[in-house]
Design a protein around this ligand. Structure first.
Ligand code: ADP
Ligand code: MG
Length: 416
């Protein structure tokens, strides 16, 4: 019984870092370097725990799975995590005593670490199935070396080799399970990221159909003025026509720029942005959509301020909210955007519509994936927007009354 307990404990020592890493770290920590440092620390703790509480059976027969944190840490982390984790194993083994087991540990590491490191690159560039194969193969290789070294040091007798053989089987099976687990979790994370992007492309697709009008208007106006300028006797208004044409062209240019910047893939970089200015740009992008729906947007920037955010992502979330507001008014109406600052250091952006509104139940479900009441809705817009606002350490509140309208209140921490 105690063997099973010990063994389950070993598994827990490896599961806990994986779950901590993928639930709390991957999305919050931004740079790859910091992620690697945290991953190495977690695997390091896992190694120490595995070595401190081995599976004990029979006299002197200790079995532990430190190879798995070492292997996974090196394959997913690379050179430095690999070296650091190996040094940690050697130092901690030294603490237990300077015996034959210590030499065994050092020798096995010296022989197997270069091979693991060699496979790190291939591993990184491989697909899931290949990764599992590499990981299992390396685990088998490490245990085989361990078994051989032990055989050389102690002699190849059945009595001495039973434990290493059991160890080998355990290690290989557990490596297979954990690599599969990590790969599945990574796949889910990847899908989530891709979903944000595909949702954005979908919105762009919808907006482009009306966007063309927005560009055509300035072109037609300018064309008209150019035609007038062609008339021989119009010297007085000449300046004014040129001025108006330039204004119209500038406007078209601005719309195109905003649109392009919205479509650009956003590298995750936050910067200092002026929220008032950003709202203006978002309204530029969505303007053509409002005209099509007989909706007017009224902007009231009472206070503006600086926030720390990624402009494209902020645009994406504001556009999603505005688009919903517009779509909630089938016969048209007014959308207000009010920007103020609060006493407790937030910038407050209120987006208010006169649309169909939502019940309490509907508000509660808002933001869960695929929740949509529209015929051709995806129910991803709000999910993505909420995620984005939260990633800026912001908050979102929704007040709504059926048949009266909805109010989205976005609170973003103000920078000074
Ligand atoms: P989609 O717009 O594709 O349906 P969203 O995630 O953007 O998906 O919105 C989910 C649902 O929330 C919508 O289908 C709609 O029923 C509701 N909703 C969102 N915003 C509003 C709003 N301003 N007024 C009324 N209902 C809204
Ligand atoms: Mg929507």
């Amino acid at each position: 019984m105690s063997i099973i307990k010990d063994f389950l404990l070993q598994l827990a020592f490896m599961l806990i870092p994986i779950f901590i890493y993928y639930t709390f770290i991957t999305e919050r920590v931004k740079t790859d370097k910091n992620k690697k440092v945290i991953m190495t620390i977690l695997w390091g703790i896992s190694i120490i725990a595995c070595m401190s509480f081995p599976v004990v059976f029979g006299q002197n027969a200790r079995l532990e799975l430190r190879i798995i944190p070492l292997l996974l840490g090196t394959l997913y982390g690379g050179f430095f995590p690999g070296i650091i984790l190996s040094v940690l194993i050697i130092l901690y083994r030294l603490y237990f005593g300077f015996d034959i087991g210590f030499y065994n540990t050092v020798l096995v590491l010296l022989l197997s670490l270069p091979v693991i490191l060699h496979f790190h690159k291939v591993f990184t560039n491989s697909k899931r199935e290949m990764r599992v194969k590499i990981s299992v193969g390396l685990s088998f290789f490490y245990c085989l070396i361990g078994l051989t070294v032990l055989g050389i040091l102690r002699g190849f007798s059945i009595e001495y080799l039973t434990v290493p053989v059991i160890h080998l089987i355990f290690a290989v099976v557990v490596t297979w399970c954990f690599t599969m687990l990590i790969e599945s979790i990574r796949e889910i994370h990847q899908l989530r990221l891709e979903m944000q992007n595909s949702e954005k492309l979908r919105v762009i697709g919808e907006l482009t159909s009306v966007f063309a009008h927005e560009i055509r208007n300035p072109m037609q106006v300018t064309r008209g003025f150019l035609q007038l300028l062609n008339e021989p006797n119009l010297p007085d208004q000449k300046r004014e026509y040129i001025h108006l044409s330039l204004e119209e062209l500038d406007r078209a240019n601005e719309i195109i720029n905003d649109f392009l910047s919205f479509g650009k893939p956003s590298i995750y970089n936050n910067e200092r942005i002026d929220i008032g200015y950003q709202i203006q740009r978002v309204v530029n992008i969505i303007q053509s959509y409002t005209l099509n729906h007989n909706v007017e947007i009224k902007i009231d920037i009472l206070d503006t301020g600086w926030i720390y955010a990624n402009p494209q992502k902020l645009n994406q979330s504001l556009i999603n909210i505005l688009k919903n507001a517009i779509e909630s008014m089938p016969v048209g109406g007014i959308v207000w955007i009010i920007c103020t600052s609060t006493d407790d250091g937030y910038i407050k952006v209120t987006i208010k519509d006169q649309g169909i509104g939502m019940t309490k139940k509907q508000i509660d479900r808002l933001g869960s994936p695929y929740y949509s009441l529209k015929e051709s809705g995806t129910g991803l817009g709000m999910m993505v927007s909420f995620q984005i606002i939260r990633s800026f350490k912001g908050k979102i509140q929704v007040n709504s009354e059926k048949g009266v309208g909805t109010e989205f209140i976005i609170l973003l921490p103000q920078m000074h």
